[in-house]
Design a protein around this ligand. Structure first.
Ligand code: PLP
Length: 268
């Protein structure tokens, strides 16, 4: 007898040739959190542990067709976006998302990826406004790190009050909820992630900070594990708790690889 079909989560994002971040991290998180990972590749990055040296954006209609073809066959239980590279790709994703019900019938997580941890741009400068005005309003949940918060709503988060204010502004852009990821806030003994939903309920997730230079793909992994929880039908705070448990364990098992930053890991 065949096994039962698992829930399906779709990552709409960029590849990482070094296997640390982007779609490889997304699919690892999906698998570890018990869902099938489908992918709509939006860009191919040339990347290793030392950094990103370039990328090739996929034609927008090909990105949109990947979303449609997965939705039309196996169905999508939750989706997330990562690196989308350009205004044209964001618009194609928005059109396909509307067609297949992402953000309406299907939970839709928008991870507003703008740059790599080394500062290499992964999104065209002129695309940030499109991401903010056209994609984020469709999101069930938006999951910026602190750099992305600064770019999107101009808040320099240094503590939980700042994260709360940023989350309020992000929800004001039209997202159903915002998870402000505190992983990049150095000097604090705890990593605090703050979830605010449009109905005003707040949840704070805290874990001890683990000092490691091997955190490549951490942001992607957290957003993807939350997406997996949503694909499994969890309520949003429970899905974020799953994501937090996953990323904490993945950082604990991060390993060195190459000369630069190794990835957070699902090898445990
Ligand atoms: N490469 C791709 C394709 C990504 O999507 C991301 C982050 O979202 C990165 C690189 C950057 O990851 P990190 O911030 O861990 O360098």
């Amino acid at each position: 007898m065949d096994a039962a079909s698992p829930p399906v989560a779709l990552a709409i994002a960029g590849t990482d040739s070094g296997g640390g971040a982007g779609i490889t991290a997304d699919v690892r998180a999906f698998t570890a959190c018990g869902v099938h990972g489908a992918v709509a590749v939006a860009a191919v990055t040339v990347q290793n542990s030392v950094g990103v040296s370039g990328f090739h954006a996929i034609p927008p209609d090909v990105v949109a067709d990947q979303i449609r073809t997965v939705a039309g066959d196996m169905g999508i239980d939750a989706a997330k976006t990562g690196m989308l590279a350009s205004t044209e790709i964001i618009r194609a994703v928005v059109a396909a998302a509307d067609e297949v019900g992402l953000g309406t019938r299907v939970p839709f997580v928008v991870d507003p990826v703008a740059a790599s941890m080394h500062g290499h741009p992964l999104l065209a400068d002129d695309a940030l406004g499109t991401l903010r005005d056209e994609l984020i309003p469709r999101a069930t949940l938006v999951t910026p790190n602190l750099d992305e918060v600064r770019l999107l709503v101009g808040v320099d988060v240094t503590d939980t009050d700042g994260a709360r204010e940023a989350a309020r502004l992000l929800v004001g852009l039209g997202a159903g909820a915002a998870l402000v990821k505190g992983g990049h806030l150095e000097g604090s003994p705890e990593v605090v992630d703050l979830l605010l939903t449009a109905d005003g309920s707040e949840h704070v997730f805290s874990s001890p900070r683990r000092e490691t230079k091997h955190s490549h793909g951490g942001g992607d992994s957290l957003a993807s594990a939350v997406t997996a929880g949503l694909a499994r039908g969890m309520a949003l705070p429970d899905a974020v708790a799953l994501g937090k448990a996953y990323i904490t364990r993945a950082v604990d098992h991060a390993y060195p690889l190459g000369a630069g930053h190794g990835p957070v890991s699902a090898l445990w």
